[in-house]
Design a protein around this ligand. Structure first.
Ligand SMILES: [Mn+2]
Length: 323
């Protein structure tokens, strides 16, 4: 794979990297930047890791996750290379504002698996059939015969497990399963991922899920199932924002409807919609793009204004003629 070689030659040539994980970080973007961090450490290269938001507690077991900073000051410094992981563009990553008006932006390497990726880097290793960005990084590492130590393997496996819903959703290809097996052979600590990431739920979280699941409805015309989570729900259940993630995965098991939409109220009162489908004839990335969002055919996201009644009306009106 030529692109993997080109990227590696550039990485070997440069020093002082800025690794960028996307905002509202998930297990894939954090698995990717922490794996990359370990690889750069092994190469003796200096680097900084940035994420607009703090690392969620369940991912703090990841090797090198303590190096992730959300201090905007680090954008004042100079870097030899920027490496983005799991972001379709700089705005999705949440870092476009830091680059505005800058004339001396270092070259950008873009590792991703989103179909909506804007190919904004000097080199773009974007594999849309990959289950996760860590699967893309696995290919990159294999093609360059880079040493896969247990830390790198653990980070990569974390991205695979979280993006495939623990090897259960439609992203679970024979490649994903094969890579997962190989990473465990290389020393990936799957038990840590199980205890920190998969078994991290507390009673208040399940109570929140109970409220959200009780609101589950179906829009008959579009054949879309949906539910919503408000800021008040989080207050009532005394849980943080992280507790709401995971509901979308649960909805994957729903038999009814062509797709499911989970609406989450943000701090500014707007709603972020996570949409999922298991059907091949339903393109969610198209819908998300029409609403100014992005993502994959089978999992995509976008935002609409609140409150909830307005949010739902906006969605159904927007879907007219689209679906
Ligand atoms: Mn991903």
């Amino acid at each position: 794979m030529r692109i993997a070689k080109q990227i590696h030659n550039l990485i070997l040539e440069k020093d002082n990297f800025l690794l960028v994980a996307h905002q509202n970080p998930d297990g894939d973007t954090l698995g990717s930047v922490t794996a990359m961090s370990q690889m750069l450490k092994n190469l003796g290269k200096k680097h900084t890791i940035f994420c607009l938001d703090e690392v969620p507690t369940q991912y703090r077991f990841l090797p090198n996750s303590h190096l992730v900073t959300h201090d905007p000051q680090i954008w004042e410094k100079e870097y030899g290379l920027i490496i983005t992981c799991d972001a379709s563009d700089m705005a999705y990553a949440g870092v476009d504002k830091f680059l505005e008006g800058k004339t001396d932006i270092p070259p950008v390497i873009n590792f991703d698996h989103h179909a909506s990726n804007k190919l904004f880097g000097i080199h773009n290793m974007v594999i849309t059939t990959a289950s996760s960005t860590t699967e893309v990084l696995y290919q990159y590492i294999m093609h360059n015969t880079i040493i896969m130590d247990p830390n790198i393997a653990t980070s990569l496996l974390n991205g695979l497990i979280t993006d495939t819903g623990n090897f259960s959703n439609s992203g679970t290809s024979k490649y994903a399963l094969g890579i997962g097996s190989n990473l465990i052979k290389k020393g990936a600590r799957i038990n840590q991922i199980r205890t920190h990431v998969l078994m991290d739920k507390k009673i208040p979280t399940f109570k929140l899920w109970g409220i959200v699941l009780s609101r589950l409805s179906k829009h008959e015309k579009f054949d879309i199932t949906y539910t919503y989570i408000t800021k008040q729900d989080l207050l009532d259940c005394n849980v943080d924002d992280e507790s709401a993630s995971g509901i979308s995965n649960l909805m994957n098991d729903l038999k009814e409807g062509k797709a499911t939409f989970v609406l989450r109220e943000r701090d500014n009162g707007t709603y972020k919609i996570s949409s999922r489908t298991t059907r091949d004839d339903f393109d969610l990335s198209k819908i998300a793009l029409a609403f100014g969002g992005g993502g994959h055919k089978k999992a995509a996201g976008f935002s609409v204004p609140g409150p909830i009644e307005v949010a739902l009306d906006t969605i159904w009106e927007g879907l007219e003629g689209l679906v």
